[in-house]
Design a protein around this ligand. Structure first.
Ligand code: GAL
Length: 683
């Protein structure tokens, strides 16, 4: 099979070395600290900082009155030190004067509560005054700094994501719905408004899904999320247009927040960005944090069309989430950073350069902590700067082709997540994020590189396509999966996929509606399980949350249920389709069983791990560059690990004749000689 086509055009963003640095808030400090900062940045090898993210009230202290003096000075100081500037537009945090002058531009919750200023992200995205103020400040910044030689990129806004249910939102939502449905009849049909007397006879009757007496209309709820994403994208486009109108040609990005937020439909956003960038914070202190970093990276690289992307924020503490503000060992910070880079990030950026002295995020850490530069943490930062410098050649991306080569893809779309956030599903434990993440984790544990694809994406180059819980699927999307299998691909679909069409209407005649024919099954009863219950399958697998009555209609039974309501009936099936196969997994396999299922599947398909014999403590990733391939070896364990292969380790500068030993918690990045078949000596 040929390799998949890029889903978006090649980007203008490239760097001759990896970006290293983070958010920098000089406005919180006096100028003598700036000089110390710049000296420390130079020593640590920092080459890029993001400034201005939350500086609106200082840049424009009163409407239309700008105060750029401090920013002029810091930009010059940074430039003089050879440190690039990623300039943010500060629109995530409107100043108090703005909110007081335009109370209608504050966001409204579903229950009608209008928020007040005093934190951040207090904006109503559809409020005309807010949008105008955003355009104005973006233009003022672009006029002043758009051609500055220090400018590496524009960072528009910060983590778009505030939902608003105000009257401004109603107006914009209706306009969006008119574009989508054209007629009220079409909207009434799509929203199934015959149910509960919801038929609309005028567009003005339609509201965002505000607090109501009982359950919301599920199609309205998902449409509202689709609208919010599009509306925020419009806001980004407006700022980008101002930047370009001012003549600035620097690449434009905005930082997505992962993975706890699903406010945006990332495929459409990514297609409009010069750099796809994310903020990523580990969700656990355990080793599973490494799978989390890999998950975020693989998703983001995929949104970027398998091109390089940028890790805009990570943390020097394990997680900024409440309760987990725990120190991260410097060696882990280094391995995390290289994990993102191995999977295509053009750098390792952090939140933030210097930990603040006060304020609501006083405990969120920094490359320079409260303790100062004389600390083990900052020595780790300096070591990371050295390592990123030593692997600079890796940053040069391949002239064509993906930066990481994967034979396996997971279907991903925000619609799938939004659909499962609706109320009153057959189980309260259907979790899109968990379904996708556990599938990715199983592949990570098998050492297999993974891409993500949208339901409309090009599947042709993959050996295996996995579809965890994609509740809404259109006929066209189902047909694309079927064509892929017909042509020799293997598709694996999990329960609660393709049950409904894109409007969340259940497809009648047996589940899973649009996928029935492809899978060669007809599900006639759903048997959700109490989350405390574990059932077993005939191959010894353990499963939970879900079971169903699967009637084969052409598919072969691979595994049956051993217990539960459907004991003795099929649990996992396989259907021969043209030159390929379509599998159906009708329950939620426990992680260990899922790991085994996925490992067996890839093995049988001849999909090989990056390095044979790896395990959870030894992560290997191959990144492609213009002049060759680079094997990243991350030893997360506490014993040295030896791998057989050849090349040059760029981190230590040593030639690898036929083996390399990586120290406990250490890293190596080997420029490979030829196409070596690496293997691991047993631990
Ligand atoms: C990010 C955000 C930063 C900061 C950080 C705290 O999501 O972009 O501004 O709040 O979290 O860890």
């Amino acid at each position: 099979m040929s390799k998949p086509k890029m889903t978006v055009p090649a980007r203008s963003f490239s760097t001759d070395r990896f970006l290293f640095g983070g958010d920098y808030n000089p406005e919180q400090w006096t100028e003598d600290v700036w000089l110390e900062d710049i000296e420390l940045m130079r020593t640590a090898g920092v080459n890029a900082v993001t400034i201005g993210v939350f500086s609106w009230s200082l840049l424009e202290p009163r409407e239309g009155e700008y105060s750029f003096g401090w920013m002029d000075r810091i930009v010059e100081l940074l430039h003089g030190a050879g440190i690039g500037v990623i300039l943010a537009t500060p629109t995530a945090s409107p100043p108090p004067w703005f909110s007081l002058a335009h109370p209608d531009a504050l966001p409204v919750r579903p229950d009608g509560t209008r928020l007040t200023h005093g934190s951040r992200d207090t904006y109503a995205i559809s409020a005309p005054a807010y949008r105008e103020a955003c355009r104005r400040i973006a233009r003022a910044l672009a006029d002043r700094y758009g051609a500055h030689p220090a400018l590496r990129a524009w960072h528009v806004h910060n983590e778009y994501g505030t939902f608003d249910h105000s009257d401004h939102a109603s107006t914009a939502f209706r306009a969006w719905l008119r574009r989508r449905y054209r007629t009220l009849d079409a909207l009434n049909a799509a929203w199934y408004t015959a149910f509960w007397s919801q038929s609309y006879t005028e567009w003005e009757q339609i509201l965002p899904p505000r607090q109501t007496q009982y359950l919301h209309n599920p199609t309205q709820s998902v449409d509202f999320k689709r609208f919010c994403s599009d509306e925020m994208l419009d806001a980004l486009r407006e700022q980008s247009a101002e930047i370009r109108a001012a003549g600035s040609t620097a690449p434009i990005t905005t930082n997505f927040m992962l993975p706890t937020w699903n406010h945006l439909e990332q495929w459409s956003w990514s297609a409009e960005l010069d750099i796809v960038s994310i903020d990523h914070y580990l969700d656990t202190l355990t080793l599973d944090g490494e799978t989390h970093a890999a998950y975020a990276s693989d998703l983001t690289r995929s949104w970027a069309g398998q091109h390089p992307w940028l890790l805009m924020e990570q943390s020097t503490i394990s997680s900024p989430m409440p309760g987990w503000r725990t120190h991260k060992e410097p060696d882990r910070m280094i391995r995390n950073s290289l994990s993102y880079v191995a999977r295509g990030s053009q750098g390792a950026m952090f939140f933030q350069w210097r930990a603040p002295a006060a304020g609501s995020e006083v405990w969120h850490g920094g490359l320079v902590s409260h303790v100062g530069a004389d600390s083990p943490g900052h020595r780790g930062v300096q070591e990371l700067g050295r390592i990123l410098g030593s692997i600079a050649e890796v940053a040069d991306p391949p002239a064509d082709g993906p930066v990481v080569d994967a034979d396996v893809a997971i279907l991903w779309h925000a619609d799938g997540w939004w659909a499962l956030e609706n109320e009153h599903l057959p189980s309260d434990h259907l979790d899109y994020s968990d379904a996708v993440r556990s599938t990715h984790r199983a592949l990570w544990r098998a050492g297999i590189p993974v891409d993500f694809v949208p339901p409309t994406g090009e599947l042709g180059g993959y050996r295996l396509v996995l579809v965890p819980s994609m509740f809404p699927l259109s006929q066209a999307q189902a047909a694309a999966l079927a064509a892929y299998a017909e042509n020799g691909g293997t598709v694996v679909t999990w329960f609660f996929s393709g049950i409904a069409d894109e409007n969340m209407h259940v497809v009648p005649g047996g589940y899973p509606g649009v996928l029935r024919e492809l899978l060669g099954v007809r599900v006639t009863e759903l048997h959700p399980l109490d989350p405390a219950v574990t059932i077993t399958l005939s191959d010894g697998s353990e499963a939970g949350i879900w079971s169903e009555r699967v009637d084969p209609a052409g598919a072969d039974v691979v595994t049956t249920y051993d217990d539960g309501e459907v004991a003795g009936l099929p649990a996992i099936t396989r259907h021969a389709v043209g030159a390929g196969h379509a599998w159906y997994v009708s329950t939620r396999l426990e992680q260990k069983s899922l790991d085994r299922f996925v490992a067996d599947l890839v093995h049988d398909l001849g999909v090989r791990p990056t390095v044979a014999g790896g395990d959870e403590e030894l992560e290997t990733v191959r990144r492609h560059g213009r002049n060759g391939t680079y094997l990243f070896i991350l030893n997360h364990g506490s014993v040295p690990r030896t791998l057989r292969g050849a090349g040059v380790d760029l981190v230590s500068g040593s030639v690898v004749d036929d083996a390399i030993t990586v120290a406990p918690r250490g890293v190596a990045v080997v420029r490979e000689s030829g196409s070596p078949a690496w293997s691991v000596d047993s631990a």
